[in-house]
Design a protein around this ligand. Structure first.
Ligand SMILES: [Mg+2]
Length: 168
């Protein structure tokens, strides 16, 4: 089981077109909670613009969320105008693969972006997609995420150490 992300960014908007082109990434699978919106369903400034700009450059998008709250997923998907799958049971592969088919791309041309290693990163890695971990938008989070976060922090620390060593 590969627990490390391929890449680690502060937020989704730091994932730029040049970076995608360099890695031959043509489609992005997006997590919702704490990746696109906070606990109050609020987008961070610039997120819609980020999606629009990448779309204009030909990048495809699909939402894959574990939430069962369909109204929330619909609100996000309609705001950004991208297709969605919800109640996806990440890290199981099914949701990721449905998104792959929806975008009509190969796994090696897809990156999945999310704030959780246990669901987003491991799921993407299992599918042989790129995994991009972002910092969670809000610290006030649902209970289950709070339980997982200490594990996340340990893995991120190890990941950054590993990257640092690779640079030398
Ligand atoms: Mg999340």
């Amino acid at each position: 089981m590969v627990i490390y992300p391929d890449f680690y960014f502060d937020n989704v908007r730091d994932v730029k077109l040049e970076f995608l082109q360099k890695n031959n990434i043509k489609g992005l699978i997006l997590d919702i909670d704490n990746t696109l919106i906070d606990f109050d369903r609020k987008f961070e400034d610039g997120t819609e613009q980020w999606v629009d700009d990448l779309k204009k450059a030909g990048v495809k998008f699909c939402i894959v969320s574990n939430t069962n709250k369909v109204d929330k997923v619909k609100y996000v998907a309609e705001t950004l105008d991208i297709p969605y799958f919800y109640f996806s049971k990440k890290p199981f592969k099914k949701g990721f693969m449905k998104a792959k088919d929806e975008m009509g791309l190969k796994v090696e041309n897809i990156a999945a972006i999310g704030d959780q290693i246990m669901t987003d990163v491991i799921g993407a890695n299992r599918c042989k997609m790129f995994s991009i971990l972002v910092k969670p938008i809000a610290e006030k989070d649902i209970f289950i995420t709070r339980i997982k976060r200490p594990i996340e922090n340990i893995i991120i620390k190890r990941y950054l150490k590993k990257k640092e060593k690779e640079k030398v």
